[in-house]
Design a protein around this ligand. Structure first.
Ligand SMILES: [Fe+2]
Length: 221
């Protein structure tokens, strides 16, 4: 990951560790988070965060006894040709808000959302994608229709992999969403176990959220 950029982490999540353990946790089964085990919907990692990672890596230490956990990715480069011009243009409008993950915000008080933002940005023929199909919602019907079309297009180009010990995948979080199919944990010490790491291409923009020489972003207030 250090070849691609600078490792970074977030104080809100996994205590800010740069290398994080990903395992199913009892009681978290239904959560749309790495600790859950139901279908994890397609998402840009930390799509709600102003300094989300540009890359994430998943290194497999243990596959687990249930072979149902398939890691899936979908690239906007592959999905873009499947979008209508109208929807592609709509997705560039700042009409989408994304709910903060529960590990970054106290949902008990009130759900926290980003300000309205576009889902697609950058070059018309090679855009960046930022979306969470569980947590992103449009502010109007037209935006919702385009979001549904995007979901359908991404689902048509999905790639899946069952990670085995020693496998590592690196995802470009700027152009691809990822998710995981559901599985049944056994909680006997033999479940699926990954190590995750984030990197950004440029560490400087997040400087105000980090202490000097630290890679850990403080909570967004
Ligand atoms: Fe993720």
């Amino acid at each position: 990951m250090s070849v691609l950029g600078d490792a970074v982490s977030y104080a809100d999540e996994k205590e800010g560790r740069l290398i994080q353990d990903i395992c199913p946790l009892p009681g978290a089964e239904e959560r749309q988070e790495n600790s859950g085990s139901v279908l994890l919907d397609l998402h840009t990692e930390d799509s709600f965060h102003p300094y989300k990672p540009d890359y994430l890596s998943l290194y497999c230490l243990r596959s687990g006894p249930d072979r149902g956990a398939i890691t899936v990715t979908g690239s906007i480069r592959a999905a873009l040709p499947l979008l209508s011009p109208v929807s592609a243009a709509t997705l560039r409008e700042p009409i989408y808000r994304t709910r903060f993950s529960s590990s970054f915000a106290d949902d008990a008080a009130a759900p926290r959302y980003t300000s309205p933002q576009p889902v697609l940005s950058g070059p018309a023929d090679d855009p960046d994608l930022c979306v969470n199909f569980f947590g992103t919602e449009a502010v109007d019907e037209r935006g919702a229709t385009a979001l549904d079309e995007l979901r359908g297009a991404v689902e048509k180009v999905l790639c899946g992999v069952f990670l085995r010990p020693g496998d590592m995948i690196v995802i470009d979080n700027r152009t691809a969403v990822h998710g995981r199919t559901g599985f049944t944990p056994s909680y006997d010490g033999q479940d699926r176990w990954l190590r995750r790491c984030f990197a950004v291409a440029d560490l400087r923009p997040s400087r105000a959220l980090r202490k000097r020489d630290s890679r850990v972003c403080a909570p967004v207030r």
